[in-house]
Design a protein around this ligand. Structure first.
Ligand code: FAQ
Length: 348
């Protein structure tokens, strides 16, 4: 309080010089730490734009995790065996947990979970475009594990070295779990390809044909069209660019597709000896922006489901708040009684 009133007096008097000098010193210390590849903790000073960028990215990521539970949730009651059902349940539960770690990481930046969820429910906040596509058959669940979790890991491993330490720490745990998710997806597809019928093999190929391009879109627009990349890379929030991550994903995935015995729906996909990378075709960015803008196949359904889950859970939040208030009242009464006893003892 005292410091704040001193600040106000300085500004009212028009002498802002000490504050400006102090901010410049803090900024210099922040820049030095970032340039040295160091980490920023929640209590450290940080520029407002750095804080804003992190809140935006971490909350979009958190929303993606919990909206991402919905496409697979669609298949829990129809999983082909008990084993696959329990694996799927555990995976979906993990995604919910990732959302919680990420909301908690965003909260360390001074924003409340209610504000973040309100932005999601009102349609203001973005979440990953990939979760606005439908899951039409069981192979879609395997493909989500293999390709969607695969793309997520490719993007998230560098985030374990993000300059904002609470986000980086959350990502370490998330990546460990995502790598299990990817393997279970690949395993489910391998079972269909190696032990399945022709119809089941056709289902796998059909699912890959529908998910391949949307997965490439997950990495975001080309570097040249990416609003935030340059600054986020300078701040060490993003360590590898959208296009480089997309290329790494294609290079890793094409080989896995060959082992699986499937093809990618891209006539331009071919090995480039000179680049030592796989070349691939043009991404339909009109489709990407249409889906990001809210007009994908499932945008409305996904948002309606999240809002319903929030409304249905109101009684749990109300019960927990009432319980916490009762506990606090009991504690206050006990402390008051103890205080009263002490006073009486002292008076005696
Ligand atoms: N979808 O300037 P950039 C998962 C937006 S988790 C929707 O390049 P940035 C786990 C972007 O927000 C998947 N919007 O942006 C799982 C920005 O709009 P804004 C999520 C997108 O932030 C698996 C605008 O375009 N992962 O899958 C998308 O530097 C299975 C301009 O773009 C993360 O969130 C998109 N795909 O780079 C769960 C990882 N791409 O905010 C269940 C963390 C871009 O200005 C089942 N996030 N936009 O209005 C990131 O790494 C980055 O935020 C990027 C985008 C790379 C996604």
């Amino acid at each position: 309080m005292y410091t704040q009133s001193m600040d106000t007096m300085a500004r009212e008097g028009g002498d802002n010089a000490p504050r400006v000098l102090e901010d410049a010193a803090l900024q210099a210390r922040f820049d030095e730490r970032i340039d040295a590849g160091g980490f920023i903790e929640a209590k450290d000073w940080m520029p407002q734009d750095y804080r804003k960028t992190l809140i935006r990215q971490i909350s979009q990521h958190a929303h993606s995790e919990i909206v991402g539970m919905l496409p697979e949730g669609n298949w829990v009651t129809r999983a082909p065996t008990l084993k696959r059902k329990s694996i799927l349940l555990a995976k979906i539960q993990d995604e919910g947990g990732h959302g919680l770690y990420l909301y908690a990481a965003a909260e360390t930046l001074g924003v409340s979970r209610d504000e973040l969820l309100d932005a999601l429910h009102s349609g203001k906040a973005k979440y990953s475009s990939i979760f606005n596509y439908p899951t039409l058959n069981w192979a879609d669940v395997g493909v989500i594990g293999w390709l969607v979790d695969g793309a997520a890991i490719m993007n998230q491993v560098p985030l374990c070295r993000c300059s904002y330490a609470p986000y980086a720490r959350a990502m370490i745990r998330v990546c460990r779990e995502e790598s299990f998710h990817q393997r279970q997806g690949y395993d489910a597809l391998l079972a269909m390809m190696e032990q399945g019928t022709d119809a089941q093999r056709a289902m796998v190929q059909d699912a890959i044909n529908r998910w391949w391009w949307p997965c490439l879109m997950m990495f975001g627009p080309h570097d040249a069209d990416s609003t935030h990349s340059a600054q986020s890379m300078r701040w060490g929030i993003k360590r590898i660019s959208n296009d480089d991550l997309r290329q790494k994903f294609v290079d890793a995935t094409v080989q896995q597709a060959q082992v699986l015995g499937v093809t990618m729906p891209d006539p331009d996909l071919r090995w480039n000896e000179e680049r030592q990378h796989w070349d691939f075709g043009k991404i339909d960015w009109d489709e990407f922006w249409r889906v990001v803008g809210g007009d994908g196949a499932c945008n409305r359904e996904r948002l309606a489901m999240r809002v319903k889950a929030w409304d249905d859970g109101a009684w749990v939040r109300e019960a927990a708040t009432a319980h916490a208030a009762k506990q606090a009242a009991r504690l206050a009464a006990a402390q008051a009684a103890q205080h009263h006893d002490t006073e009486q003892l002292q008076a005696a």
